[in-house]
Structure formats: C-alpha cells, structure tokens
Ligand binder design. Structure first.
Ligand code: ATP
Length: 310
C-alpha cells in the first residue's frame, strides 16, 4: 500500500452557474480515521465526495487518494478505495447476491468474498430475494457489501444512514465501526452531529461550501467550551457547598431537587470524585445542554436546521 495519506483535498471549488457548491474545501484523512464530514443539507458534502470519487471535475483545487489524483488517473487513484454517493443503484429484479456477482464480474475481483460479505452486512438470509423487496436499510447494507468487494483500504460513504429507521441507522453505524476495527479508513458524510460523535474520531464541518472546522472531536469539544450539567445527590445542599469550593464548577444553582452547574467535559470525572470523596452519593449527573451542539448550530447558523440527535 502506498505510504501517502488516504485522502488529501486542497482548495476544491465546484461552481454550478453563479453558485459555488463548494468553495475551497481542504480535507486531510489520516490512516485509521473514521472521519466525519458533517454539514447541513446542501452544504456541499455530496459534491465533494463526487469529486473525490472522480465522478465530477472540480473547477479548482486538487485531491489525492493515497497520493494519486482521481482527476488524472482514476483507475490508479481508486485502487484500494471504494464507496458510494447517495443511494447505491442495484437491479431491483435481481437478488442481492446476483447484483454482487455482476459487480464482482464487472470489476474482476471479489467474487470469492461474496458469501462472507453477505454475512458481514447481515443479508445472508435474504441474499436470494429480489432487491426490489429490500428495505432502504438493506439496500444501504448491500451497497456497503458492494463497496467491500474491492477490498478497500479507504471507504468513502455519503450519508450512509440517510433515510434509515433508528434500527437501520444503528446497524449501519455498528458496521462502520466494525470495518474501522478491521483497519479500513473511513470517511462518511452526515448531517447528524450525534452520529459523527458516536463513530468518528475526526471531523470536518462544512458550511455553505466552506470548511468551518477540521480537527479531532476532542479539540472541537474543547473549543466549544463548557457544558451545563444537572446533578442529583443524596444531599444536594452539601453538594452545592462542595461544588462552590471548586474552581472548575461555575454558576452552581440549587433548585427543586437538583443542582445545575457549568463545567468543561474534561472536569466531570474529577468533580464526581470530589462529590463521592465528600461522602455524597450521586443519583444523577447528566448534561443539560451540550456546548458542542450549540457550537455546531453556531457554526452552521443561518443554514437549514441540523438534527442534533438521531
Ligand atoms: P445533501 O445532504 O442535501 O445532499 P450536500 O451537503 O451533499 O447536501 P450538495 O449536494 O453537495 O450538498 O450540494 C451543494 C450545493 O450545490 C447545493 O446548493 C446544491 O443545490 C448545489 N448543486 C449540487 N449539485 C448541483 C448540480 N448538478 N447543479 C446545480 N446545483 C447543484
């Protein structure tokens, strides 16, 4: 495998008439990343992925997949790379297995892995049914199996959970996590912050065609600032005293049968130890308002609403 980074994009621009669908997109995906490409609808995620997969040409900028340019040498650039944009297309009157067989024959590889992949995506029991009768989630999973026929080192997935019910979303996320565990680097686009938080280690946030943030989720959380937490203990008045003595906790308010306070996520473990150390039992400690969520809303402010949870 080439030693270059799985994916690097610099200054990608794509215009449709007067509209810049993307306007100077930079991305860097490191080996082993599950990289979340996050943004509201219409922000430019699909356009970027289309360029990366060599489906359309950028007006400016360049991309490299393992050091190779999909615009100039697509077959070489896509060696070791697989993925799909939007819903993968299959022949609906053929079975899932037959569709994979056709793709493997076309690509001249992967035929021997079909059964294993059908098990992996949990379609082995439905492999001989017509794709026309598959649910959206099953089609997405078949799409993933189709991508895996190429035995990729890098997977590029455009909104792989879009249109799925909660169970389908969970299955797809687990699959992605599992593939990552097997050493495949993944870039997936999503408009769901919670999804990206759940499975990604790094993230790029795109807003109106421009990258508003790129980095680790941990750094993103840190730059998002403090969160507000709700706390219930066996003695809230005493807990209030303990929190007020600690510099990490701010705006401690006792009201009803609970306390609220503000702190950074990194301090929560220390605060809970201090409470327990003071002889208190914690019955609930939950984030009331996540700063990351509001930070994300701020970054994408003015765009269509982004769902914070799935
Ligand atoms: P979604 O999640 O809704 O697919 P997205 O982040 O993938 O959103 P894109 O599909 O990349 O966004 O679209 C970015 C912008 O470019 C949108 O304003 C879209 O209308 C526009 N656009 C994309 N493709 C075309 C095209 N072929 N012709 C004209 N405009 C386009």
């Amino acid at each position: 495998m080439p030693s270059a980074k799985p994916l690097e994009a610099r200054g990608l621009v794509k215009r449709y008439g007067p509209i810049a669908a993307i306007d100077g997109v930079d991305l860097t995906v490191e080996p082993g990343d599950v990289y979340g490409f996050l943004g509201p609808n219409g922000a430019g995620k699909t356009t970027t992925l289309r360029i990366l997969l060599g489906l359309i040409r950028p007006d400016e900028g360049e991309a490299r997949l393992f050091g190779r340019d999909p615009q100039h040498d697509l077959p070489a650039a896509l060696d070791g790379v697989a993925g799909f944009v939007e819903t993968p297309y299959f022949y609906s009157y053929l079975s899932g297995r037959k569709n994979l067989e056709l793709l493997a024959a076309f690509d001249r590889r992967g035929h021997e892995r079909i059964d294993e992949l059908l098990v992996l995506v949990d379609l082995d029991k439905r492999a001989h049914d017509r794709v026309g009768g598959y649910s959206q989630g099953m089609r997405q999973r078949l799409g993933l199996a189709a991508s895996l026929l190429r035995d990729p080192q890098l997977l590029l997935l455009d909104e792989p959970t879009n249109g799925l019910d909660p169970g389908g979303m969970r299955d797809m996320r687990r699959l992605v996590a599992r593939l990552s565990g097997e050493g495949i680097t993944v870039l997936l686009s999503s408009h769901l912050l919670a999804e990206v938080e759940e499975i990604c280690n790094r993230v790029a946030i795109i807003r109106r065609g421009e990258i508003a943030y790129e980095g680790t989720l941990a750094d993103l959380r840190a730059s998002a600032g403090s969160n507000r937490y709700r706390l219930r203990t066996t003695d809230n008045a005493r807990a209030q005293q303990v929190l007020r003595e600690r510099s990490e906790a701010a705006d401690v308010i006792l009201g009803g049968d609970e306390l609220t306070f503000t702190t950074a996520e990194a301090e929560v473990a220390e605060i809970s130890r201090a409470l327990v150390g003071a002889g208190l039992g914690i019955t609930a400690l939950v984030p009331e308002e996540l700063s990351l969520e509001s930070f994300f809303f701020e970054l994408t402010e003015g765009d269509q609403p982004v769902e914070a949870a799935a």
